[in-house]
Design a protein around this ligand. Structure first.
Ligand SMILES: C[S@@+](CC[C@H](N)C(=O)[O-])C[C@H]1O[C@@H](n2cnc3c(N)ncnc32)[C@H](O)[C@@H]1O
Length: 310
């Protein structure tokens, strides 16, 4: 890799931002479900759990931040037409969203309700840094159409030394300060309510040595290139986020009544239809709670004026 601090290539953070959210950007013109599968696509049980959390906290408004194709909102609307539902996304409102569901490009000043952000933080662009041959962290710049990289200026963000110190030449990190600021902004808007970010993440003990920057396109993981043809994502440093509680999705869904436990076999004789229904529910729940899969996702929870229910 060439070291050239004066090169014209943008930083990863700038290129990532333009590729996903600029004019013609990936998320502005395509639906997440066409490229990758999240918990909201996997099963309506995820929406059932969100509904149950709102019910237990006595919250009648649910804001889906980074609502994508609106799948979660559609499930919630079908389950409870009295909920006040709002999708927030930079993408245009999906055509097939029920008229009663609101849609906007940014969060309201204050939210009294439940804010859910499933796989939102991992798409917040951040600086990518790499330790040079002297072990000094430098900001990585990228050529947007090819993904070719070169090292630029020293990274002076104090977040890096505190949360993801680098010293071995060639090791890399995604600087989480942009995500921390984005999530602080969300939590700061809560009046009476709960905010939950669900995402794949790491902590000090589990940081990936070479970072986790990658892309998805039409269901496949592909090399990260900020050319607007694919998403750009990196796992979230969940321990630096503001939070009242952090639990994995397996525990969170279990607490909300969703488990992957199979129905007892003898039910197949007494109630074959009921058994098949229960088996299908258990199969979907198993995907949402799987080790090495969606069950390892982290729920980062903050509550204001309501008890912490997870
Ligand atoms: C990975 S998708 C997740 C979609 C959906 N939550 C799901 O689970 O399928 C991330 C979504 O967040 C949206 N997004 C990212 N940053 C945003 C921002 N600052 N404001 C509003 N939406 C944003 C993107 O447009 C995209 O639709």
């Amino acid at each position: 890799m060439v070291t050239d601090p004066t090169g014209p290539w943008p930083t990863w953070r700038d290129a990532w931002s333009t590729a996903l959210y600029g004019p013609g950007g990936f998320f502005v013109r395509s639906r997440p479900a066409d490229h990758f599968r999240t918990s909201v696509h996997a099963s309506a049980l995820f929406a059932d759990a969100v509904h149950e959390l709102a019910r237990r906290a006595d919250l009648r408004t649910v804001v889906d931040l980074g609502a994508g194709g609106g799948e979660l909102l559609r499930h919630l609307h079908a389950a409870d037409q009295d909920l006040h539902l709002v999708g927030v996304d930079l993408a245009p409102r999906p055509d097939d969203l029920p008229a009663a569901v609101g849609w906007r490009a940014d969060l309201p000043e204050q939210v009294d309700g439940l804010v859910v952000a499933n796989e939102w933080l991992d798409n917040i662009p951040c600086d990518v840094v790499e330790a040079d041959q002297d072990g000094v962290a430098r900001t990585v710049h990228v050529e947007p159409s090819t993904g070719a990289e070169r090292l630029g200026e020293l990274c002076t963000d104090p977040w890096l030394g505190r949360w993801w110190p680098l010293s071995e030449p060639g090791t890399r990190a995604e600087v989480g300060s942009a995500r921390d600021a984005a999530w602080s902004d969300v939590v700061g808007r809560l009046g009476r309510g709960v905010a939950v970010a669900m995402d794949y993440g790491h902590t000090m003990d589990t940081r990936p040595a070479f970072g986790s920057l990658t892309s998805y396109q039409h269901g496949r993981e592909v090399p990260p290139v900020p050319d607007a043809s694919r998403d750009v994502t990196a796992h979230v440093a969940v321990d630096s986020l503001p939070a009242d509680r952090v639990v994995d999705q397996r525990q969170a869904l279990g607490a909300l009544g969703i488990s992957g436990e199979r129905p007892p076999l003898d039910r197949a004789h007494d109630d074959p239809r009921g058994y098949l229904r229960a088996l299908s529910t258990a199969t979907e729940a198993a995907e949402l709670t799987a080790r090495g899969g969606l069950g390892d996702f982290v729920w980062v929870v903050s509550a204001r004026g309501v008890p912490l229910l997870l």
